[in-house]
Design a protein around this ligand. Structure first.
Ligand code: CMP
Length: 232
């Protein structure tokens, strides 16, 4: 079968459960804990997740930073193919996965022959760039409390939180620290302060912003403090 036939078959299946024979040819079952590739490895294949979860992470200054956790229907590993560079991050299976593994030739044929897939990939890359910009903005904030509050507000807003009142979100301390660019042991101190000020509550795998409008005011205060601290 040539790469055009393969790409036609695979694009039909992107993100959906493929027919048995297609899975037999391109699919793999990968168990939790498997590292699919490391940052810096050469890369000749991209991956589509049919089920399960994959963590994309980078190492900096001896710390692992989680860039994103990907799930069903999402793809990764396309960058090394598109720009002929080594893997930009490490991919680790964190929940048993069924994945399709697509070679360079088939991937390029998929993009060339199908505008819908090309648009989908461009949109995904634009969303990643936006997220990277958000992370840069967050890292430019001077102190940890500003980073945390800014990050919580943005996550809540992106998930459709109301401007006022309570909002609950899933909470895993390691993920929150990594996403907000804060060391784990600093995060607990910061959360303690926010809890005692009754701005947040944590428990049962959830973080509750008690009143969105109060967090917003605190965020403005931190911003002004940062801006005018040299004048007082
Ligand atoms: P590649 O560089 O081949 O290998 C690592 C993959 O992780 C990369 O392709 C992308 O698919 C994915 N990736 C890299 N950076 C990000 C990011 N900031 N957000 C989401 N996915 C990313």
């Amino acid at each position: 079968m040539d790469s055009m036939d393969r790409s036609m078959e695979i694009r039909m299946e992107m993100g959906e459960e493929p027919a048995g024979d297609l899975f037999d040819r391109y699919g793999e079952v990968v168990s939790r804990g498997t590292v699919l590739f490391y940052e810096g490895d050469p890369g000749q294949e991209m991956y589509i997740i049919l089920s399960g979860k994959v963590r994309i992470s980078k190492e900096a200054g001896g710390l692992e930073k989680v860039l994103v956790v990907l799930g069903k229907g999402e793809f990764f590993g396309e960058m090394a193919i598109l720009n002929n560079k080594p893997r930009s991050a490490t991919a680790t299976v964190i929940e048993d996965c069924r994945i399709l593994i697509i070679d360079r030739e088939t991937f390029e044929t998929m993009i060339r022959s199908n505008g819908e897939i090309a648009v989908r990939i461009i949109k995904k890359l634009a969303a990643r760039l936006q997220e990277a910009d958000n992370q840069i903005e967050n890292l430019l904030l001077r102190d940890n409390m500003s980073r945390l509050v800014n990050h919580l507000q943005r996550k809540a807003r992106e998930a459709g939180a109301p401007a006022t009142g309570e909002y609950r979100m899933p909470f895993l301390p390691e993920d929150l620290a990594s996403e907000a660019g804060i060391l784990g042991h600093h995060l607990e101190d910061l959360l303690k302060k926010l809890r005692s000020a009754k701005m947040v509550q944590t428990g049962g795998g959830e973080l509750t912003i008690v009143r969105m409008e109060v967090l917003e005011r605190f965020s403005k205060y931190l911003e002004m403090k940062d801006q005018f601290c040299n004048l007082t």
